[in-house]
Design a protein around this ligand. Structure first.
Ligand SMILES: Cc1cc2nc3c(=O)[nH]c(=O)nc-3n(C[C@H](O)[C@H](O)[C@H](O)COP(=O)(O)OP(=O)(O)OC[C@H]3O[C@@H](n4cnc5c(N)ncnc54)[C@H](O)[C@@H]3O)c2cc1C
Length: 539
């Protein structure tokens, strides 16, 4: 069991130009799951890779932070498919040299409060089905058809990913096969597909009860991504033992072992393109790192709108492509520290999803029009309860986190101000939203009244400041049906030497970004060189 803890959760090596090696085989922008996976797999193939991370710690959305004696994760609440030797588990094991361990959540991994009704999702395909049937006894046919569609989504997603890893001409040749593996149903909107299975709006709401995991309500989301997420958690949720930061902490040694490094405080300001191909990156301090292969995991918006010169983007045709996609929702976070352990306070290893009613799209629209309207979704997670190692690091305490949507536009007037110095009006607005979310928490977990020692609120500006997402987007590009049709969202770009990875290439989620890292490596080195590595990962 993981027990070693750094005094602060700052992973990676602080960037200084004189700490760079003379040359690298590849430079990776961003140390999230996509960037680290790509870097680690290339390192395993003998490449010397330099990962540049603008934040003070590595990990992207998998990083954790400490304040006032508490520790919180920022973008890892639960991961599925790691309780058995699945493809994802084997990849995590390979990347971490089996140092990353997983703790199961309660069999009831998600609980949905929908208006005044309460439903749940339970771990295990059979248990999931039986539990749904208990809640909706007249809906057996719909539930079974739904589970059939989830079963098919695995091969649909693999074919989708395979297509993205191919060269465009290879994809054109393979298209009939890929189309056969990805039936149209997966590219329709989620509500449309589910409403053909059942008229029961409560059942549809329960099946879509995890819509916050991709940030789009059912009438706007792609069924493929809905199905991928539901299937991902079908056998329950798991949490990294020792905290989310252990993910990066256990992967980085692989990169270092091949002579590479993960630098923090290392903001890239430009991707350099000379004579039509990539020649390196320019850092915020003006230092230039020459390299003919640059992999961006900083997101499509950052890469094409901010890191590349405008004329390069126009010439390579991305200006038009960018108009076909939009950022995902932005969010508020509340990070809470409590006196008393999770056990003493009766905190579950179950996520709570709180909805005002069963029409999620209507609730989102109402909230966007009127900030005083009820939050369309409030998500509550109990991370210290999920982590069996937490008390070794923070004895006698526990933590809770709340996530809820909030448009970036509500905060734009403070965007140019520095973190921690945005003024009293910003603090007042933030606190008012935080208090509303705390009331939701006390309503569902009343036993914690009087035990809250500390809490702080993050806004979309925090996502911008710490994660580099300029619209505060929590999942990169929105997972609309249109996005999933964008064939240019692939590792290989039209700019020679520039590659993409991370959640915008495949789907959001830690596993989605990790699998994007695999696709990027495969695209870069080719199937022949990749085959022995795949054998080692999946043997
Ligand atoms: C609140 C929240 C909860 C979530 N919960 C879960 C969950 O429970 N389970 C799950 O599977 N997924 C969850 N996710 C989603 C998941 O965390 C992400 O989809 C995934 O981690 C994204 O990985 P990535 O590598 O694509 O991007 P990121 O992790 O965002 O990494 C990109 C990195 O690039 C860096 N960067 C950006 N610009 C520059 C620059 N110019 N120079 C240098 N570095 C730069 C950023 O600082 C960042 O570290 C959650 C996300 C959020 C926000």
């Amino acid at each position: 069991m993981a027990a070693t803890t750094p005094s602060t959760l700052r992973i990676g090596y602080r960037y200084r130009p004189n700490r760079l090696a003379a040359s690298y085989d590849a430079v990776v922008i961003g140390s999230g799951m996509g960037g680290l996976t790509t870097a680690a797999l290339l390192s395993e193939l003998g490449w010397k890779v330099c990962v540049l991370e603008q934040h003070y710690t590595a990990g992207g959305f998998t990083h954790s932070y400490e304040r006032n004696g508490y520790e919180w994760d920022v973008g890892v609440h639960y991961i599925g498919e790691v309780g058995a030797r699945t493809r994802s588990r084997r990849m995590f094991d390979f990347l971490s040299d089996e140092q990353l361990e997983w703790a199961p959540m309660d069999p009831e991994y998600d609980r949905f409060y929908i208006g005044d009704k309460v439903f749940s999702a339970r771990a295990g395909k059979q248990e999931f089905r039986d539990n749904l049937l208990r809640q909706f006894p007249d809906e057996q046919e719909a539930i079974d058809k739904y589970l059939g569609l989830l079963a098919g989504s695995g091969s649909a997603l693999s074919a989708f990913g395979m297509g993205r890893a191919m060269k465009p001409w290879q994809q054109s040749l393979a298209q009939p096969f890929l189309d056969w593996k990805t039936p149209d149903v997966y590219f329709r909107n989620t509500y449309e597909v589910l409403s053909e299975l059942t008229d029961d709006q409560d059942l549809i709401a329960v099946l879509c009860g995890q819509w916050g995991d991709m940030g789009l309500p059912p009438r706007q989301s792609t069924f493929l991504v809905h199905a991928m997420i539901a299937r991902h958690y079908l056998y329950g949720g798991y949490y990294p033992v020792g905290g989310a930061w252990r993910i990066a902490d256990t992967i980085i040694p692989k990169i270092q072992a091949a002579g590479g490094e993960v630098f923090t405080y290392a903001r890239v300001s430009r991707i350099l393109v000379e004579h039509g191909k990539v020649s390196g990156v320019e850092m915020k301090d003006g230092h230039r790192i020459d390299c003919e292969r640059v992999i961006s995991s900083a997101g499509v918006d950052n890469t094409f709108r901010h890191l590349l010169a405008k004329d390069v983007v126009e010439k390579s045709g991305y200006e038009h492509d960018l108009r076909q996609v939009q950022p995902s929702f932005a969010h508020l976070g509340v990070y809470i520290g409590l006196t008393g352990t999770a056990e003493e306070l009766g905190l579950p290893k179950t996520n709570f999803w709180i909805y005002p009613g069963n029409d999620y799209d209507a609730a989102v629209a109402a909230f966007m029009d009127d900030p005083e309207a009820p939050f369309p979704v409030v998500y509550i997670s109990f991370p210290s309860a999920k982590d069996p190692d937490y008390l070794n690091r923070h004895p006698g305490t526990s933590t809770i986190e709340i996530v809820a949507p909030a448009p970036y536009e509500w905060f734009t007037k403070w965007r140019e101000k520095t973190w921690g110095k945005r003024g009293d009006d910003y603090e007042a607005f933030k606190n008012q939203l935080g208090e509303r979310l705390m009331r939701e928490l006390y309503d569902k977990v009343p036993q914690i009244e009087g035990k809250v020692d500390y809490y702080e609120v993050s806004t979309p500006l925090s996502t911008d400041w710490f994660g580099g997402y300029r619209n505060g987007e929590l999942y990169g590009l929105a997972h609309t049906p249109e996005r999933m049709q964008q064939k240019w969202l692939r590792p290989r770009t039209r700019i020679p030497g520039l590659w993409l990875t991370g959640q915008d290439v495949l789907t959001c989620g830690v596993t989605g970004a990790m699998m994007a890292g695999l696709l990027t490596t495969m695209s870069m080195v080719g199937a022949r060189k990749m085959a022995p590595l795949m054998k080692r990962i999946y043997n």
